[in-house]
Design a protein around this ligand. Sequence first.
Ligand code: PEP
Ligand code: MG
Length: 594
Amino acid sequence: MTEHVTGQRRLEGIPASPGIIIGKAHLVDKSRVKILYQYLVDEKQLSREVEKFKGALHTEEEKLLKLRDQMPKQVKENAFILDSHLMILKDSMLVGSTIKRILNEKINAEWALKESLEEIRDVFEQINDEYLRSRITDVENVTERILRNLSGGTEHGLNEIRERMIIVAHDLSPVDTTELNISKVMGFITDIGGRTSHTAIMAQALEIPAVVGLESATGSVQEGDLLIVDGNTGEVVINPDDRAIIFYQEKQLQREKYKSAIARISHLPAETLDGHKVAVMANIEFLEEVAAAKDYGGEGIGLYRTEFLYLRSKGFPNEEELFEDYREVAEIIGPAPVIIRTLDLGGDNFVSDLEIPKEINPALGLRAIRLCLKEPEIFRSQLRAILRASAYGKAKLMFPMISGLQEVIDAKEILGQVKAELDSQGVKYDPDIETGIMIEVPSAVVVADILAKHVDFFSIGTNDLIQYALAIDRSNEHVANMYQPFHPAILKMIKQVVDAGKNAGIPVSLCGEMAGDPLCVPILLGLGIGEFSMNARVIPLIKKLVRSISLKEAQEDFETVTGLSTAREVRAYILERMKKLLPELDEKGYLNTC
Ligand code: PEP
Ligand code: MG
């Protein structure tokens, strides 16, 4: 056991979601329970062993019910996941057979439960449907919780926090993040993760400050330690001294002042000094974010990541639930547009014990449009919902992870069939609904000229484009420093897509994290991006930034950086230029205020 260190220490990680918090640490242990004891039980003790098992089930039921009651409003629909776990607690294959095993084989409850799980695993492995097969993780999850109850161990669950604390975990999946009890959780820090991971994106959507990729957070922080977490810079101070506390409290104050000052000008347009106007839109993950998107001055929703909704119900939501959600988004944001992206499950989306079959290389696996084309029924129901919602506002449709024309043809063929079906049923939808694609796979960049002839718009997803082009896992802290938006290859790729769009006369927007990064925006403006979509919170700042430069200057800057050969050179050049325009940027290019 390591000795408790009391002095002030600092860790540096990757800023994932902005905001400064000062509070006590709560360590979350998500490690699996090991069964230490397997033993035969004396005949007379068997009924006691069964009672012990039933007691563990009862404890679990109570915990799940409590968890369901306490779910934050934004993710209330996730309750279905808990319902499914409650059902597993009553499942005869798990519960009934465990009791039988205890009595017949005269073994302890833990051992019997583990054997039942093995048997269920064998059954699941025979299932052809990949999705259903993957649901074994739910059974495993519940089994683990029962085992933990049997061993008397505490779970350190995310929702069992009594006072407002800062979560310290090895990793949190996007699902874990949605489960955080926002009223109790001030923010979180993790050992692993990257800046553009979906966990980081989810934390931003929920406005939970976070630092990821600290590598040793769980090893360095002890339960109850006082922490300062700066989600803007990635700094974490453990057991800070008074000076550090005063320094960060002052920073907190400045941030609040800055936020309210900039919010007051959020409605002003994003127009350069020489009169060039660009559209600034919001990325959202939940329907509940639409109002904030408007408040922050978003001129529409440039990316609605629809996959998070799929998490909320047992299995997938039905067409009606999807339709209601999309209709509401379209109505609230209307007459401004909303680009609804079809399902992008897979990759780092929902790497949790709740979803998606485990793949050796999930980012290169059955993700997004690939999954939809393989499971057309899931795709169809979402397309029907989007089309139906298009009758209530200005909805556009977008396919993610397109790698070549065939996928566009296949996806549009299904779309055509769904439209025909709606026509024959007399169901209303916008017959002119615009259909676009995300450009986020390098092969799509190379054939962008071909793709442009088949779609109404492009939206460049730099989060994935950088990941795939530079072969850098966007969620991996060990290579986070190599995740370089300013890599000359990335800038050339973006330019190629912009040119292909221009030649074909279709608009090109950018919705990766680069669009909301003040360092990147002038260059993107200079290379011809006309629409930027980002986390709503940064919209006022990006609009202000656009108003402070001229298109001519931005174009000259872009020309200059095309003559540079490394990401470091490009970044250094831009940082120097930007420091004059945005004094809020620190030495590393982090925003200390927003
Ligand atoms: C992207 O890849 O840049 C993008 C916007 O999509 P996501 O982050 O959801 O993968
Ligand atoms: Mg993407």
